[in-house]
Design a protein. Structure first.
Ligand SMILES: Nc1ncnc2c1ncn2[C@@H]1O[C@H](COP(=O)(O)OP(=O)(O)O)[C@@H](O)[C@H]1O
Ligand SMILES: [Mg+2]
Length: 242
């Protein structure tokens, strides 16, 4: 049944990536983007939700480690993207979990699994209220880092991902490469895109590949990821120099 499926695809908004995914993400799936610090995860997710907002869709961005102000500022200085314009139109909704009014900030007094439970509740009520087509979570590790048992971690990850699948919202979730948490998060995802850097001689290249995509063929190549003043794009070439 290769490529004969009738499942709806959602374009990623990243030129060149939809081709690698044979048409984009499946609607309603949980899609992880992982990579070290500075590999482009935040840009990736922002470009993904911006693509929806530009088409008039409502999208949501959940930030776990900094204030939404800083992401808005960075995307403006990097690419001139004016996220605020979409926020004002009600098309982009930021959920800042460090906002004290949500009472969800990380604290030694709160048991890690309690924090995740409250996060799940918060996200679910926001999804029901806003009904976004796309969600971007940047990033998930702050939430799960304190969970010590791998078994518990798997269960909690499945639990949180289940909320997105249930509401048929297409999500992009970033995870950094810390303490092996990324592999646990990748395990529960419908698709995983890996961002990285490759050093070849004096040359530093950004790279991207599709590590997995449930229910779809993909292009099994490592390709060059280019970030410029107009954003992120995938080039149809290998980052490894001859
Ligand atoms: N206009 C631009 N042109 C080229 N590279 C850029 C531009 N804006 C930002 N970058 C690069 O993008 C990188 C940051 O990507 P980011 O998505 O924040 O990474 P991550 O979230 O994985 O830590 C920076 O290290 C910077 O080098
Ligand atoms: Mg980031």
């Amino acid at each position: 049944m290769a490529d004969a499926d009738m499942r709806e695809r959602v374009n990623t908004g990243i030129p060149g990536l939809d081709e690698m995914l044979r048409g984009g993400y499946f609607k309603g799936t949980v899609n992880v983007v992982s990579g070290d610090s500075g590999t482009g995860k935040t840009i990736f997710g922002t470009q993904f939700i911006l693509e929806g907002a530009k088409k008039g869709e409502k999208v949501m961005c959940i930030i776990t480690s900094e204030e939404s102000k800083s992401i808005v500022r960075e995307m403006y200085t990097s690419f001139g993207w004016n996220l605020e314009e979409y926020v004002n139109k009600g098309l982009i909704v930021f959920v800042d979990i460090t906002d004290p009014s949500l009472r969800l900030q990380k604290s030694v007094e709160i048991a890690p699994s309690e924090l995740i439970k409250s996060f799940k509740k918060l996200v679910e009520s926001k999804i029901e209220e806003i009904q976004p087509s796309r969600i971007f979570i940047d990033s998930i590790e702050a939430l799960f880092l304190a969970i010590e048992s791998n078994y518990k971690l798997r269960t909690l990850i499945d639990d949180v991902f289940g909320v997105f699948r249930k509401h048929e919202v297409t999500s992009v979730i970033t995870v950094g490469a810390m303490y092996g948490l990324d592999s646990m998060v990748e395990y529960g995802a419908d698709s995983v895109v890996k961002l990285g850097r490759i050093i070849a001689g004096n040359n530093l290249q950004r790279s991207i590949y599709v590590m997995k995509m449930r229910g779809s063929g993909t292009i099994n190549e490592v390709r060059v990821l280019n970030i410029s003043d107009s954003g992120m794009q995938v080039l149809a070439q290998s980052p490894y120099l001859e």
